[in-house]
Design a protein around this ligand. Sequence first.
Ligand code: ZN
Length: 373
Amino acid sequence: MRILRWGRWLGDGVEFRHALTYAAFGVRGSGKSTLLEHIAQEFLSGGCPVLDIFGSRDGEGLAWLRSPWVTENDKRVLLLHGDNTNVSSPWDSKPASKYTVDDLQRYDLVISASPLYSSIDVEYSQINKVIDEVYSRVVWRTPAYLLIREAANLLYSRMKVSSDQTLAKAQLTYFTREARHCGFSLGLDTQKLSSIDVDVRITFDYIFFKSLGIYGLPSDLSWLYSFYRPARLQRMPVDMFVLLTGRGSHGVGIFPYHDWHKQAGEDILKAVGVEVDHGELIVETKPARVVGDLQHAQMIQMRQDGFNYREISEALKVSKSTPWTHIHAHNEEVRRTGSCSRCRRAKSPLVDKIVGEGGGLPQDSIKTPTVRP
Ligand SMILES: [Zn+2]
C-alpha cells in the first residue's frame, strides 16, 4: 500500500513486521475486508502465519484458497471446522476445538469460515478455542496475523462462554491489548466505529477509514473533517483509504485491490472445491442456563462415574434439581427408544446406557421435569 498524501506526518508510517493492531471501518462493500486481506498478504510475504476467522455466513475467508499464495506459492493451509462437520478438500482440516497454537508452525494460513460450521451458534462457541490459544503463544520469533472479520462477532463469541456482557466486554478489551504480547497482529473489520468501545479503540495502531456511509465519524474523531471532506469519507473508491496512526499522523492512501476476493452472491465452496457435510445439530449450553447437549452428557458421565446429584450440580454450576431431571429423562428415553438423543448429538459413549438413579432428589427442589427432547 502507498500513502499518496499525508495530511499530517509525525515521522511514522505503516509497517508489517511487528505485532500491531490494524482496524478498518466502513460500510458493507467499501472494500475493508479486502484491505485487511491485503495487510495479511504483507505479513505472508514476510514469512508470518495468518489466521482468518469469522466473517459473514457466505464464507469470504475461503477465497484465500484461490489466491496465488495457495495456487502458486504452495502456502500450507489448514481449515478449521465445527465438531459435527466433515470437510473434504485438497487441504488439511481439523475441528476448531482441536486447534493449538503449534499449528501456526506447521501452516501458513489457518482459515475458519462460517460454512464449515453447522450453525452460527456452533461457530461462535467453538471458535473460542482459537481465541484462548492466542494466550498460549509465549515463545515466538515472527508475529502471526489474526484477521477478525466483523469484530463485533468476537464479542458475541465471548458471550457464549461468559454469561455476563460486561465481563465479555472486559475480556475483549484485555484480548486486544494482550494479543500483541503473545505475538499477534490483529486485523479488525467493523462496520460502525461506535460499536467498538473507546477502551478497545485506543489499542489500535492504525485505523483505516473506508467509505463510512451515512454514519460518518464518531464525535471524538470528527476533527478529521477539517482535513477530509465529509463527502469523501462518505464514499471513496474501493482501493482507497484514509489512515490515522496511533501516533496521530493521517493521510490518504491506496492499495492494490486483488481479484481473488469473494464476489457478492458467489458460491465460494463450489468455486474453491470444498465440500462440507454437517452432522446432527448440537444444542449448545447458553449463558441463560439452558442446559445444552454437552452439559447433559457431562452430567450423565459424572453420574456414571459415581458422583451424587449435589456434587454434579455444584461441579457444573446448575440448579440442585437439574442433574436429577436430566438423569431421569436420559434413562427414560434410553428405555423407550434405545438411545438418548441429547447424548447422541454430544457423541457421548453413554448414549444407550442406563445410569444410576438412586439417591433421590433434595426435598427442597422437587419440580416437574422440564427437559426438551
Ligand atoms: Zn443422555
